[in-house]
Ligand binder design. Structure first.
Ligand SMILES: [Zn+2]
Length: 96
C-alpha cells in the first residue's frame, strides 16, 4: 500500500467518525439533551445513560441473567419452526 492509500483511508476513517459524532449530536438535540461538543459523542451514544445496570440501555446478558437475547430468541424460534417441517421462508409471497 502506498502512502497515498494510507492517507485516503485515514481521511475516510476521520470523515466517518465525524459523521457519527454529528449524528449522535443531532439525536441529543432532538431529545433536549444539553448541547455538548461533538467530540463527546466519539465513543458515547447520545441516549446511553452510562449506567451499565440500566434495564433500558444495559447489556441484556448482564442485566437480565436468565433471559435470552433477541437474536437467540429468533434463532431458537427458527430452529423450532424448522423442526416442525413447516417451510417458512419469511417471504410475503408465501402467505395467502
Ligand atoms: Zn440507561
Amino acid at each position: 500500500m502506498s502512502a497515498q492509500d494510507f492517507k485516503t483511508k485515514h481521511s475516510l476513517r476521520r470523515h466517518h467518525s465525524e459523521c457519527k459524532q454529528l449524528q449522535q449530536q443531532k439525536i441529543a438535540r432532538l431529545h433536549g439533551i444539553e448541547d455538548t461538543s461533538k467530540h463527546y459523542y466519539n465513543k458515547h451514544h447520545a441516549l446511553d445513560c452510562g449506567n451499565p445496570q440500566c434495564p433500558v440501555c444495559g447489556n441484556p446478558r448482564r442485566t437480565h441473567k436468565h433471559t435470552l437475547t433477541y437474536q437467540e430468541q429468533k434463532f431458537y424460534q427458527y430452529v423450532e419452526d424448522k423442526d416442525d417441517n413447516t417451510p417458512t421462508s419469511g417471504n410475503a409471497t408465501d402467505q395467502p
